[in-house]
Each structure stands twice: as C-alpha cells, then as structure tokens.
Design a protein around this ligand. Structure first.
Ligand code: NAP
Ligand code: ZN
Length: 351
C-alpha cells in the first residue's frame, strides 16, 4: 500500500483536518500521480457537509486534480513517469455498458466510481479525492495535460470546465446563438469563456450586482441582475440555451419564459427537488425544455482541455494553502471567490 497525506472531513459537522491513509499499490493499468493543484468545487462543500444525504466518512474531497505521474503500471500506454496528468470527477466506471461504450462514462448504467465519496467498482472500497498528496487511478480515467498550461488555472477545468463544456456542445452552441449563464461562480465564469469561444452571444444572470464589471471582463456581452424583475421581463423569449449553475433549489419559472421557442434550460447546479413546480404552460407554449447535465465523459474532457489550450482559456483562480480550506468553504458560501479556489498541494504539510 502507498501512504498518502490529506485533509478529510470526519463527519458532516467537523471541519476538514489532516488525515493519513493508504492508496492501493499501482496495478498494471494504473498511474500514480503526485498532486500539484486541486480545485475547490462547491460539490466538495455539499458532500463534506452531507447536503446530498449520501456522504461517507472519513471523506477526502477534491475532483479537480492536476499532478505529475510518478509511477505507471506494466500495461499503461498513455503515460510515462514525469508526465503531467489530470483527474476529474470519475476514477472508474463499468466500461462495458452502452453509455460507457459511447464515451459517456458519467452516465454509466452500472456504477460510476466517483473520485471521492464513492466506491471502486467492487462497490466496497471507498474512493478518496485530490486534497491529498498522491492518487492511484486507472489510466483510462486520466487525461493528458499540456506543459504549456498554467497548472493552477487549468485544474478547475477537470470539473467546472467540463461541466459547462459538455452541455454547450450537446446543445450545439455556436455563432448566432444567445446563451445565458445563470450564477457567476466557479462553473459560471468558465462557462462564459467557453460559450464566447464557441461564438455565442453570452449573457450572465447574477444575484451579485458587484460582479457585473467582472462578467464583462470575462467576456460576457450582457449582464442581468436576476433580482430585477423588469430586466428579467425585458429578456423574455431571447435565449437558445440557459445553463443554470445555482447550487440550491430556486424558482425556475423566473427563467423558462426567457427561452425562445425550442430553447432549453439546462440545470447543472441544483441536485435537489425543484420547488416551486415548473409551470407546464410555459414549456408547452414554446416547446421549451428543462434538462440536466452531468460533468462530461473522459474523451470529451480531453477534447475540452485541447479546446482550452487552443483558445488560451483558463480559470480565474485564487491559490490557497491547504490549511485554509475551512475558511475557503465559508467564503464560497458567501459568493466571495473570484472565481475558483485552488489548493497548492505543496502546502499540505504546512501548519
Ligand atoms: P459556486 O462557485 O458557489 O457558484 C455558484 C454561484 O451561484 C454563486 O457564485 C452565485 O452566483 C450563485 N448563487 C449561489 N447561491 C445562490 C442562490 N441561493 N440563489 C441564486 N444564485 C445563487 O459553485 P460552483 O462550484 O460553480 O458549483 C455550482 C453548482 O454546480 C453546485 O451545486 C455544484 O455542486 C454543482 N456542480 C454540478 C456538476 C454537474 O456535473 N452537474 C459539476 C460540478 C458542480 P451570483 O453571485 O452570480 O448570483
Ligand atoms: Zn465539481
């Protein structure tokens, strides 16, 4: 077994604290990666605090991981020692079902092994995430990372980036389209950059008036304060696609009328029952869709990395030392981050 140092939550109410555990020995198809940077996703906070009612402890969060390969199994083809490597929200899936066969491992019909708060394919061994010194992952679930990228600002692409890229691609965003991004946080800010790079006209919906200037600096063509009913009404019937990153249940009826005919509102943030109910007449009247989307497959994640390298896209990050993670969670709850915290894992041993 390989010793690993980490920060873990021991319960839904305990702050994250130093934790020692072991990773499996490197198997023939595995790569071992020493973690350099790990992004802080709002999903880490949701799960550390059992907000999705499925948390298992101890829990080492973290699924926006960039590191350096330090060992490879005998059958590994894609990586050699010294390569940069990325790991996102998944570390395994059945790899045989129709969804896996289509490269949509995130919709595996048997079992996705998520990077943490999940189990390996044996349904027993817990998985632990990237707030740790080292990881051991099957090579199929590791993406290549170019040395040309700024590693801290690339790390959040592994979850925030792919979670926005996948629906933008699935709904075929391109020139001439009106795209709205709801919520300017970690996901939202990279969504603005990606949708702009795909050629769309992009509007940001925010509850924070203070973010308006930032939204434009990120490339948004327009900003609407979602708490301003007149501004919301004026946008009726405008959008081909709205991607909604709000992390809590909220009233979708404020957004569905903003879709044009055949438009789609895609939820990526609220993994909860929707309340109040969505008004059927507004959907029926314009053949509008309310949909959801989960991260993205491994091939698509690699494609997104290459797209970002090509277009010079990275995340706006605040690099933090590991021991400040609990303060970072509090700031995340107050929307006080521009726009993603990324942990410098070299600070893991520091007090
Ligand atoms: P984040 O950085 O906290 O950003 C969320 C943004 O939503 C905030 O910055 C804020 O933007 C807005 N917001 C927050 N609370 C709100 C409320 N009560 N009402 C209206 N707007 C609110 O979070 P994130 O890391 O981007 O993650 C967003 C959500 O996506 C989380 O729930 C996360 O678990 C989920 N997620 C889903 C997937 C997937 O595969 N579907 C993947 C990753 C994350 P403004 O200040 O601009 O209003
Ligand atoms: Zn995430």
């Amino acid at each position: 077994m390989i010793p690993a140092s980490a920060y873990a939550a021991q319960s839904a109410t305990s702050p994250l604290a130093p934790f020692e555990f072991t990773r499996r020995d490197v198997q023939p198809h595995d790569v071992q990666i020493d973690v350099l940077f790990c992004g802080v996703c709002h999903s880490d906070l949701h799960q550390a605090r059992n907000e999705w009612h499925n948390s298992r402890y101890p829990m080492v969060p973290g699924h926006e991981i960039i590191g350096r390969v330090v060992a490879v199994g005998a059958h590994v083809k894609k990586f050699k020692v010294g390569d940069l490597a990325g790991v996102g929200c998944m570390v395994d899936s059945c790899q045989t079902c129709p969804s896996c066969a289509e490269g949509l491992e995130q919709y595996c019909e048997n079992q996705v092994s998520y990077t943490y708060n999940s189990t390996e394919q044996n349904s027993t061994t817990p998985t632990q995430g990237g707030y740790s010194s080292t990881m051991v992952v099957r090579e199929e679930f590791v993406v290549k990372v170019s040395d040309a990228l700024d590693l801290a600002s690339a790390a959040p692409l592994l979850c925030a980036g792919i979670t926005m890229y996948s629906p933008l691609r699935h709904w075929q965003v391109g020139p001439g389209q009106e795209v709205g991004i709801v919520g300017l946080g970690g996901l939202g800010h990279i969504g603005v950059k990606l949708a702009k790079a795909m050629g769309a006209r992009v509007t940001v919906f925010t509850t924070s008036a203070s973010k308006a200037a930032d939204a434009q600096a990120l490339g948004a063509d327009a900003v609407i304060l979602s708490t301003d009913p007149a501004a919301m009404k004026a946008a009726s019937g405008t959008f081909h696609l709205l991607v909604d990153t709000v992390p809590r249940t909220h009233d979708l009826n404020a957004y569905t009328p903003l879709l044009r005919r055949d438009g789609a509102l895609v939820l990526v943030g609220a993994l909860e029952p929707l309340e109040p109910g969505v008004h059927g007449g507004i959907l029926i009247g314009g053949r509008r869709t309310v949909a959801g989307s989960s991260i993205g497959g491994i091939a698509e994640t690699q494609e997104m990395f290459d797209f970002c390298a090509q277009h010079g896209i990275g995340c706006d990050v605040e690099v933090i030392p590991m021991h400040t993670i609990n303060e970072a969670y509090e700031r995340l709850l107050k929307n006080d981050v521009k726009y993603r915290f990324v942990i410098d894992m070299a600070t893991l041993g520091a007090a």
